[in-house]
Design a protein around this ligand. Structure first.
Ligand SMILES: Nc1ncnc2c1ncn2[C@@H]1O[C@H](COP(=O)(O)OP(=O)(O)OP(=O)(O)O)[C@@H](O)[C@H]1O
Length: 311
């Protein structure tokens, strides 16, 4: 990771629920970049966001946002610097119009920019004179989105931002977020299930599962390192191929072997040194990489031979 300031620092943060253990999680989210948290349902992404907003208290550990420890004096001024889009709409607001809620919310923010708010509504084609309960799911999402951005926050926390958006609104959202990041100091932390959105927006990716962080990676490096290679060599056996650096999966594929490696550069060098031909290279998608990481977590990092066996 390049040298940059840390926008969010989690240090040994943990929380115990009856059926769920989160953490201990330690993370440093860099300022000036987009970081996406990716993980299956129930992995603890929303809980992590709520802890950052001090809506849920961790049992152990500390959270610092923009150099301020969450849950201590000064949280009100900290919240001025943050935009938060929750996973779903706030309950109990169906009978108020968007404009009514906005008039209430804007009073909290000294940096509120009404022109920016109006521009966002226009871009998203949202009519804030409608009652929130009468807005379609997508329109309400877009309204919430405009509300989270209108005070020009330094840090945006977005919990599944594109949930309910149609493809056109989704593209507008990407454009708005790209523009938001044009001022180099700004930071986005987002949770997302949409692989394409993560691929287009994120600089860094945090994989989470079962309340644990499986790893944080620079996106381009991650996609470069994880590859599927089809390899062939005289007398190559599964035992021989098992020496390949970063090997995660190995399965016969006709005359060749299909291997999944997390160290593609080293694996290619190793193949060249061992007279093994790479007949085909296939990049891996983020969802496939997450699936591999989760498999490794279950098997304690041991390699899957594809026949159900583990070496
Ligand atoms: N208030 C609560 N009380 C008890 N358990 C909770 C509470 N909120 C969440 N959980 C549990 O915590 C776990 C993590 O939930 P969370 O919503 O943080 O996951 P998530 O990764 O955001 O999931 P999704 O992708 O479905 O939004 C789940 O097992 C959930 O049932």
């Amino acid at each position: 990771m390049e040298q940059s300031q840390t926008a969010i620092a989690l240090d040994q943060v943990s929380l115990q629920r009856q059926r769920f253990q989160l953490g201990p999680v330690s993370l440093a989210i860099p300022q000036g970049y987009v970081t996406a948290i990716v993980g299956p349902n129930g992995s603890g992404k929303s809980t992590l966001f709520r802890m950052m907003l001090d809506l849920v208290k961790p049992e152990r550990g500390t959270i610092r946002l923009l150099d301020h420890q969450v849950g201590t004096a000064g949280d009100t001024s900290l919240k001025q610097r943050i935009g938060y889009l929750a996973e779903g709409p706030t309950v109990g607001e169906d009978n108020m119009t968007g404009a009514f809620k906005t008039a209430f919310v804007r009073r909290w923010y000294s940096g509120w920019d009404d022109r920016h708010y109006r521009d966002l509504l226009a871009m998203f084609e949202v009519d804030d004179s409608l009652k929130l309960g009468k807005m379609s799911k997508g329109m309400r999402r877009k309204y919430d989105f405009a509300l989270a951005l209108a005070h020009r926050p330094e840090l945006l926390l977005l919990d599944e931002p594109s949930s309910g958006l149609d493809p056109l609104a989704w593209r507008t959202m990407l454009e708005v977020l790209h523009r938001y990041m044009e001022d180099g100091d700004r930071t986005i932390l987002m949770a997302s299930h949409v692989v394409e959105e993560v691929r287009r927006l994120a600089d860094y990716i945090v994989f989470m599962a079962g309340g644990e962080v499986l790893g944080m990676y620079e996106k381009d490096e991650l996609l470069g390192r994880w590859q599927i290679l089809f390899v062939q060599g005289t007398g190559l056996t599964s035992g021989g191929a098992a020496g390949m650096p970063g090997l995660c999966e190995l399965a016969p594929a006709g005359q060749a072997w299909r291997v999944v490696t997390r160290e593609a550069y080293d694996a290619e060098r190793w193949c060249a040194e061992n007279d093994i031909d790479i007949t085909h290279r296939q990049p891996m998608g983020l969802d496939d990489i997450l699936a591999e990481l989760m498999k490794q977590k279950k098997t304690g990092g041991r390699m899957n031979t594809g026949s159900g066996g583990i070496v």
